[in-house]
Every structure is written in C-alpha cells, then in structure tokens.
Ligand binder design. Structure first.
Ligand code: GUN
Length: 294
C-alpha cells in the first residue's frame, strides 16, 4: 500500500511555483496577485483562507484579504466583486464559500470575471472544462488529478467510482477523469444519495473518490483488493484531546480500508493541501495570461 502524501507533493509544487515567480520578477515582471473575499467568521472558511494567504507567501505571490461581516448585502458583495474584476493589479480572486443564506452564491460566482476566476467555479470555466478546453480547473478536482498523475495511478480504462455529485468536487472530477488523455480515459460512475446497490458498485471500482462529507462512510467491505482510494472528506468531528476541540475526519474508514488498497490518501495531508496548490497554479496561470495580453 502506498500512502499518497499530498502535503509533500504540495510542498514540492509550491517550490516549483516559487522558482517560476522568482524568474518572472528577475525578468522585470510583476508578482502574481491573488485576492480573497471572506464573509463572516465560519471556522472552516477562516482556516482555509488563512492557508491560502500563507501559500501565497510561500509562492512569492502578493495577496489581499477582504473581509465582510455576515450581514453584508448581496449588492455590496457584488460591488466588491466588480471592483476586483476591474482592478488591474489583481490577477485572480476567490470568494470563499459558503456564503450567508441571504446571498445567492450562484449570482456572486457568475459576477466574477471568468479570466480572474481562479477557483474555476464560473459557468464559463466549468463549461470549458467539461468539453476539454483550456480553462481554470476547479482546485480540488485539479489537485486530485495531479496526485493521480504524480503517483502514476493508472486511470486508462479503469473503473472509477465518484461518491458525491457536488458542483465543486464530484461533477468536475468525474468530467476530468472521463476525458481523453493522461489521468483520464476512465469509465466513471457517479453515485449519490439516491444510488441503488452502492456497495456493489464500489466493490467493482479500481479507484474510489469519496467526496460526500460523511465521515467513515467507505468501509472495508466496499473496497476491492488493490483499489486506489482518494478521500476528499474533511468533516470536523469533536475531539476533546485536541486544543481546538475537533479533528478532521475523512469519508473513508482509513484504518480498516488502507491494508486492502494499492494507494490511499490520508486525512489530513492528502487532498486538502493539493486544493490550495491548485489555486496557486491557477493564479500563476492567470498572471501569465494577463501579462501576455498587456
Ligand atoms: N469552500 C470550500 N472549498 C472552497 C474552494 O475551493 N473555494 C472557495 N471559494 N470556497 C470553498
């Protein structure tokens, strides 16, 4: 069994990005600039955004964090998005999700200039991705594909089962894996809460990508001997032994499943760090495209 080390892979890629940024700056270019909008004080979102800001420092990017309280109106948030769309110094930006219930996430996402949408959530980018055109691929699916590539997990002709059909993980990762070419060419089945015979479907899988947000859902009896397992779950579960009072738990019953696998990602330290690195890659790409147009 090979433990897929997302933390190390992410550190390696951040070094590659930092080297490229050094070269850009040495040649008189501008540092890539990522901005993030954070609404409210959700614990998970605070942690993610802090990690994104830290990753910017590690990659040599400029970063700007724009904060609003929970009671911000949709109109004010849309104005902030518009300002970032028009700011020539900002190469890419994200609006951290989830947003408060009174704000339409879809309206906010669609207000982002697709050329600055480094999260790859705008329908222009998701549409381009689904037909294999160059675009910003959303960060978690792109991070998963990078791990499969770097660890040479065979996908060609493989039966891949994706658990979960979210717009930010399940659907896009299914779409990338079925495309022609490297880290693609798979036969993909997407399962969700209405799926019948889910255990049987999982038992036929060469690769399972678990992204439902249900801690420990994938048990040993659902996994074929030699399967590769990618665990996207990061649910906070109470843990009195931790200072924070919680720990992150994946969608896979790791201890029972790991001995059966060819490859498996841990939680934390698997997919999570790769998500952030994909965002950095997209920001570098946005900066390069912006510089080429200037
Ligand atoms: N919330 C959970 N994951 C993400 C992400 O990748 N991007 C943004 N903007 N919000 C998120």
């Amino acid at each position: 069994m090979v433990l897929i080390d997302g933390k190390q892979t992410a550190a390696d890629i951040k070094k590659e990005i930092a080297a490229e940024v050094l070269e850009i700056v040495a040649n008189g270019g501008k540092r890539p600039h990522l901005a993030a909008i954070l609404v409210g004080h959700d614990g998970g979102s605070e942690t993610y955004v802090a990690s994104k800001v830290k990753a910017c420092e590690e990659c040599g990017f400029k970063s700007t964090l724009i904060r609003f309280e929970d009671d911000i109106t949709e109109e004010t948030l849309l104005e902030a998005v518009e300002k970032l769309n028009e700011d020539p110094d900002v190469d890419g930006f994200i609006v951290q999700l989830p947003l408060p219930r009174h704000i339409s996430e879809q309206r906010v996402i669609e207000a982002i200039d697709p050329t600055k949408d480094v999260d790859g959530f705008h329908p222009v980018n998701t549409g381009k991705m689904s037909i294999g055109l160059p675009c910003f691929k959303s960060a978690t699916p792109a991070g998963i594909i990078t791990l499969l590539e770097r660890y040479h997990v065979p996908t060609k002709g493989a039966n891949v089962v994706v658990l979960g059909r979210s717009n930010i993980v399940g659907k896009p990762v299914a779409s990338l894996l079925m495309q022609k070419g490297e880290a693609g060419d798979a036969t993909v089945t997407v399962c969700h809460r209405e799926t019948r015979d889910l255990k049987d479907i999982c038992r036929r899988a060469d690769i399972i990508i678990a992204a439902m947000g249900r801690p420990g859902f994938v048990t040993e009896d659902m996994v074929k001997e030699g399967a590769a397992i990618i665990d996207v779950g990061t649910t906070r579960v109470p843990d009195a032994t931790r200072k924070s009072g919680f720990r992150l738990r994946g969608d896979v019953d790791f201890d029972a499943v790991a001995p059966k696998c060819s490859f498996i990602t841990p939680v934390p330290g698997g997919v999570g760090p790769m998500t952030i690195v994909s965002l950095m890659r997209n920001t570098l790409q946005a900066a390069k495209e912006r510089a080429a147009k200037a």
